[in-house]
Design a protein around this ligand. Structure first.
Ligand SMILES: CC(C)(COP(=O)(O)OP(=O)(O)OC[C@H]1O[C@@H](n2cnc3c(N)ncnc32)[C@H](O)[C@@H]1OP(=O)(O)O)[C@@H](O)C(=O)NCCC(=O)NCCS
Length: 219
């Protein structure tokens, strides 16, 4: 998941072992160019139509094809089959969201699931935002929406994802999530070339948490 296009920055040397880091430490140094995403300096309007007020909802099966389209158009993510996204929307809608503009067009999605052996851990598989909608906090809002739902429905207390070392926008997105939730990140090797082949960047596991439950004010 979260695969970045080739020819981008890569960390050198052997893969990292488990380390616990503050969100700031996970982030790349002020930088360089970002792969597959608009840089902040280039971020102008959040949406070509000028309306950043997106509806963020659980997907239904008909949304699978829209997710597939966004994944293909991103040219960054591993685009899976249409079938995979439709199936995802059937079985994992409770841990996924889709974002729509006023005119109904899908402009982003998050796919996730609760890990069968760690049901309080939300694993985020893919996050995708249409280039026209980037730079306005939509990915962060979608992550928060998925998180809030699973925290409420399944008492999740940790989030996991995998990120290739050159996907700096993704690292920043998840570091920002950890910061908002006042928690830390553990980072370790997960899938290397032995499993993914030489053409695929290694995937590092980011484990975020523990994340305290939101206090509900009933007064
Ligand atoms: C990565 C992606 C989902 C970000 O979507 P987005 O809606 O533009 O992200 P947000 O505006 O919510 O930004 C979230 C945080 O990441 C930072 N960020 C996101 N993209 C960035 C970029 N290209 N350069 C620098 N920072 C970036 C933002 O500044 C923000 O940090 P802050 O909360 O501290 O201000 C989007 O660029 C995308 O779909 N990329 C292609 C697919 C992909 O790589 N997905 C993996 C992402 S997990």
């Amino acid at each position: 998941m979260l695969r970045a296009v080739s020819g981008c920055n890569r960390s050198s040397g052997p893969l990292i072992s488990t380390d616990m880091i503050a969100p700031e430490q996970a982030e790349p140094r002020a930088s360089t160019s970002f792969s597959g995403a608009t840089s902040p300096a280039e971020k102008t309007d959040a949406d070509a139509d000028g309306d950043p007020s997106y509806e963020i909802v659980s997907p239904d099966q008909a949304d699978g094809v829209e997710m597939w389209r966004l994944a293909v158009e991103s040219q960054t993510l591993d685009a899976n089959s249409r079938y995979a996204y439709v199936l995802w929307c059937r079985d994992f809608a409770g841990a996924s969201v889709i974002a729509r503009r006023n005119d109904g067009r899908a402009v982003g999605y998050v796919t996730g699931y609760l890990r069968p052996e760690r049901p309080h851990t939300l694993f985020i598989w893919q996050v995708c935002v249409d280039p026209v909608a980037r730079g306005a906090g939509l990915a962060g809002r979608m992550l928060d929406a998925v998180w809030d739902r699973t925290a409420q429905d399944a008492a999740t207390d940790r989030m996991e994802t995998t990120i290739t070392p050159d996907n700096e926008s993704s690292i920043r997105l998840f570091s920002s999530f950890a910061r908002r939730h006042d928690t830390t990140i553990e980072r370790e090797d997960l899938f290397g070339p032995d499993l993914l082949g030489d053409e695929h960047e290694p995937e590092h596991l980011y484990r975020i948490g523990p994340i305290a439950a939101e206090k509900v004010d009933n007064t």
